[in-house]
Design a binder for this molecule. Sequence first.
Ligand code: SAM
Ligand code: DTB
Ligand code: SF4
Length: 340
Amino acid sequence: MTPTQTTSWNTQRIQTLLDLPLPELLWQAQQVHRAHFDPTEIQLSSLLSIKTGGCAEDCAYCPQSAHYDVGVTAGKLMDVDAVLAHAQAAKDAGAGRFCMGAAWREPKDRDLDKIAAIVRGVKALGLQTCMTLGMLTAEQAQRLADAGLDYYNHNLDTSPEFYGRIITTRTYQERLDTLQHVRAAGMAVCCGGIVGMGESRADRAALLAELAALDPYPESVPINALVRVAGTPLEHAPDLDPFEFVRTVAAARIVMPRAWVRLSAGRKELGDGIQALCFLAGANSIFYGDTLLVTGNAEVEADRALFSRLGLRAQGLPPAADAPAAGSVTRRTIALQPEN
Ligand code: SAM
Ligand code: DTB
Ligand code: SF4
């Protein structure tokens, strides 16, 4: 068994976690989080759409699908230098990882030379690299790994049972096959899903069970809150109870203890209070930068202010001069207990 594998989390057990009173669930998640991470450290990933719109797939949430009239103009794969300029700016703003997305069902082999040049260039800037380009064959995954790509993002999105309501142009099994090719090529896996598409709590439990059963489970788990984009079939999806999002984050932390659990799309709409609860629930990564792929993200200045108010710091940066270290907070709290 690999170090990051867990075998015992089935859908039923995860549903039991999700059903806990929120204080119980958060307490369990916090204990797991603190056993593996500094709870004040947050990993920052910045996103860039390197090929936008016109996608052949019919993912019901996605503004980049050619099936829906959203007003996104389809573009070509960006040139290497243009991507590197965005990557440098992300690095200058404090990001540690640069994630690049393409609105493809799958990359064409003829695109991979340029993709490899982009990976090499971004790495040379001193950033970790992640790409999400759709389905990969084993050979394509190997070419990306050979170029030095650190992470590949490919989401399961939702439970196997709910999946058919969201996407009809590719199967759940095809997603699992791509993840297997990414692993076999030696890259780290970034894989998560979307909350708020009208799925049930049982569906969220089943998604987390699928993720936890990957062997090993993903190093990085993006939890997206659906961004309801006008023109997509999910434009009028019912409002999500934000505490359901917090619960999903907490359960992800518990069932995948060493994963970086990322607050992803929809973070801005969650607001500061719910984001703070998510950090208490074990989230320790965010998408950082003013845009996601085609929709807006929380602004960089707002994130800096939030981190300062919460005493959080970006991974790799020292704590602010006036911030107490995580360990000293714990010790001070203990010292305040009445002595026997
Ligand atoms: N085309 C590639 C693919 O789907 O494999 C990569 C890009 S795709 C935009 C990456 C992920 O973004 C999707 O799997 C989905 O989880 C997330 N996503 C896309 N649109 C979203 C939305 N409106 N709200 C929340 N998450 C979204
Ligand atoms: C992921 O799980 N979320 C990111 C990233 N992986 C590529 C994408 C979010 C997209 C949100 C809608 C948009 O801007 O297109
Ligand atoms: Fe295409 Fe990816 Fe959007 Fe699906 S999520 S429509 S595959 S860009």
